[in-house]
Design a protein around this ligand. Sequence first.
Ligand code: ATP
Length: 307
Amino acid sequence: MTETAGDPAPAVVLEAVRKSYGGREAVAGISLQVRHGEFFGLIGPNGAGKTTLVEIMEGLRQADSGTVTVFGESPWPRNTALLPRIGVQTQSSAFFARLTAREHLRTVAALYRTDDDAAERALALVDLTDRGDQRIEALSGGQRQRLAIAAALVHEPELIFLDEPTAALDPQARRSLWSVLRTLRSQGRTIVYTTHHLDEAEALCDRVAIVRAGRVVALDSPGRLLDALGAPTRLVIPADRITVQEAADIGGVDRAVLEGMSVVIETRSAGRVLAAVDAAVGLEKVQTRTATLEDVYLALIGSEQNA
Ligand code: ATP
């Protein structure tokens, strides 16, 4: 890896980037920067333009207008100086035909002039060592996806693009990939990734851009996006412990309603209300639910749809 620690220059800079297919604008003027060493997420509905945007950053597609720089250089036309520094996993990954997983990774490693040890490390990283001698066509969808991720990492790139890397993974494989991604992040690598798993984006990303209809409608850390939403905390109390009226009378409660077998309280003063509930009926079986990135996403995408 090139020594760039402390380098304040952003890894990726997009300015007013546009891309149309036929008459349809997939990316409608996006400006953003991915900081060096950042874990950057792109989220948004199907067809929002995320893949198109990532492919423009990767140098796989040409923007119609605007400027794109990766490590200060244009990725288009195909910039061979950038190739060793970036790793790419696409939604539809191509594999060398008829090879085993290990042979595939060794071939990729050779293309990047790294050795078989690098292939072995990549195989281990995605937990496929046991499957190394299996033909790729005999791997499951999730295993193939992990192999594609290993192929993107085999040359230890500084900047890694992952397009829905956890889409086909079972919950256990998804969690184990989270730890791989966190390790890469802790090594100072920059990660740009797309996902529809908002819990994952919230857990992993330093910042997320929410994209809708080719535009960025919000861009910030998950924490700041949540603060900006200003959503109330919900306390869920078994209905045999408190009435709606008693709940509504607690100081700091914005709203109290009966939902099934529970009284649900909404409050923006969670600490104060929790203390009052504790004093009145105790906290046993009382659940606290705070807003998630999914609430932010739905609020923004919903309001955009209504706009
Ligand atoms: P998803 O979450 O479904 O992967 P996305 O946000 O990645 O969606 P894109 O794949 O970038 O969205 O697609 C954005 C728009 O551009 C869509 O309307 C899509 O139909 C269109 N599009 C994408 N690729 C092409 C192409 N090669 N030719 C024509 N239209 C395309």
